[in-house]
Ligand binder design. Structure first.
Ligand SMILES: [Zn+2]
Length: 484
């Protein structure tokens, strides 16, 4: 395993901390997955790509990562839908004439396909919520037994006031919530709650719902948060290393997950909470409702109807890898602007990187790294271990492609080594067939090196022009003239 320390920003500590797995070499990661009642947009994928980079970085360091990303195929009552009494999956089923299960299966398949397009390595496990109702019921019963939850009218609520650590992740303590802080939007809505800040573990259902299950409290369906506590505990244990998600999940979803898991199991479930920032839609005209926001930029979210999909990118002639490249240019904890200009620039930069790589010859094997190559590799390693500083890692990658102090074959090896983390599929870039240089070209190259040694720049430039006229790209390196 690595000797280079790894630092990660831990939302729980509000600080960068050195990462050490609980049971090395194993690292357990739980990542909140998609809700599969409609298309997953590129903003959602920013979080999934972040988790993919985190996993690849840990693997680069020699760790044995086990990644679980759930599929939320039970429509949970979103805040804005709560009063209408219909969740989004059920709503989609009613309006399209397909069953809720068909809709979930359809969007799960699309999500898997788009993940592959974005070169996201498949999680080791993708458990579905609907396959884990018994685990959710068991955890809910346990919380009741421990006096942390109560049943009323076929609903079960978490009694937030009984959990002393509430607010540890988000800062949203009960006092803060009551003072009108980041209030739970469903506060005040459900009349049978003991306190407005309590949240649902189980909801009373009725015959009209396609997704309802029998429970000790009657027919119903799980609340939004319990599935992640139940599945994370089942597959990663009561305590595991890293939990990831988008920044919007810190509250209430992850705060409630801590309350549930710690309440049921007796100890904090997660060592590191890692959250990714939003993608901001800038000047995109495509399906973007720019008038919805005064500063002409819109957070990617479902509620505003401004949805760009991986398939939308492809329709516009943009390689999904260009989107991944764009994501590399901003740190995961910074907002990132998606604009026509930024995605076009990313596409060009990726094309250039591929062209640089294609010009580097392949060799059968790499012997020992040169001192220069080692230095570059260490700089790359240090960057990725520093809270996934991928913008710096990307700059190092681009500079390596053109670093004349490193032999071309060795540069190729470095780029492919770095791409184990970046995941830009650089290994699919074929090297251009080496050109057989004629005696004439060899002679011109030799004459040009002699001219440069003699500091005869005029002649050297003339000879360069002659080589270019023959279709060669001419580079000056420490080893003399190189033609490609
Ligand atoms: Zn979750």
């Amino acid at each position: 395993m690595t000797m280079t320390p790894i630092y990660l920003y831990n939302t729980l500590a509000r600080n960068k901390e050195q990462f050490q797995p609980l049971n090395p070499p194993r690292v357990g990661i739980y990542s909140c997955g998609p809700t599969v009642y409609k298309d997953i947009h590129i903003g959602n994928f920013r979080t999934f790509v972040m988790t993919d980079w985190l996993r690849r970085m840990l693997e680069y360091n020699g760790y044995d990562v086990y990644l679980v990303r759930n599929i939320t195929d039970v429509g949970h009552l979103q805040n804005d839908m709560e009063e209408s009494g219909e969740d989004k999956l059920e709503h989609a089923a009613r309006t399209t004439g397909r069953s809720a299960y068909e809709i979930a299966a359809y969007y799960t398949e699309q999500y898997m396909r788009d993940s592959a397009e974005l070169s996201i390595l498949p999680p080791h496990l993708s458990p579905k919520a609907t396959d884990h109702i018994p685990e959710m019921l068991a955890m809910t019963e346990r919380l009741i037994e421990r006096g942390l939850a109560y049943a009323v009218n076929g609903n079960v609520y978490y009694d937030v006031n009984r959990f002393a650590d509430y607010g540890v992740l988000s800062g949203n303590t009960v006092e803060h919530l009551r003072a009108g802080g980041h209030g739970r939007q469903q506060m005040e809505i459900a009349e049978d709650k003991d306190a407005p800040e309590d949240f649902a573990l189980w909801k009373r259902g009725d015959e009209s719902r396609q997704m309802s299950w029998q429970s000790p409290w009657g027919l119903g369906f799980p609340g939004w948060h319990i599935e992640c506590s139940a599945m994370a505990t089942k597959y990663l244990g009561e305590q595991f290393d890293i939990h990831t998600g988008g920044i919007d999940l810190v509250f209430p979803h992850h705060e409630d997950e801590i309350a549930q898991s710690q309440g049921a199991n007796g100890h904090p479930p997660v060592r590191f909470w890692v959250h990714g920032e939003f993608l901001i839609l800038g000047n995109r005209k495509m399906k973007a409702d720019a008038q919805a926001n005064e500063d002409d930029s819109i957070k990617m979210s479902r509620s505003k109807g401004n949805v760009i999909l991986v398939s939308t990118l492809k329709e516009e002639g943009i390689d999904p890898m260009a989107y991944r490249y764009l994501l590399l240019t901003a740190h995961y904890r910074s907002k990132l602007n998606f604009t026509d200009e930024s995605i076009t620039a990313a596409q060009h930069a990726l094309n250039n990187l591929r062209a640089d790589l294609a010009a580097l010859p392949t060799t059968s094997s790499q012997a020992a790294w040169s001192a220069e190559a080692q230095q570059v590799q260490q700089a790359f390693h240090k960057a990725i271990n520093d809270d996934l500083d991928l913008p710096t890692a990307l700059v190092i990658t681009r500079e390596t492609a053109r670093n004349n102090k490193i032999a071309p074959q060795e540069r190729r090896h470095l780029l492919l080594d770095f791409d184990r983390v970046l995941g830009l599929r650089l290994n699919t870039v074929e090297a251009k067939a080496p050109r057989v240089l004629s005696d004439e070209v060899h002679a011109l190259v030799r004459q040009r090196d002699e001219a440069r040694a003699a500091r005869n720049w005029k002649l050297s430039d003339q000879l360069r022009d002659q080589l270019q006229a023959l279709g060669f790209e001419v580079r000056d390196t420490s080893r003399g003239t190189e033609v490609l």
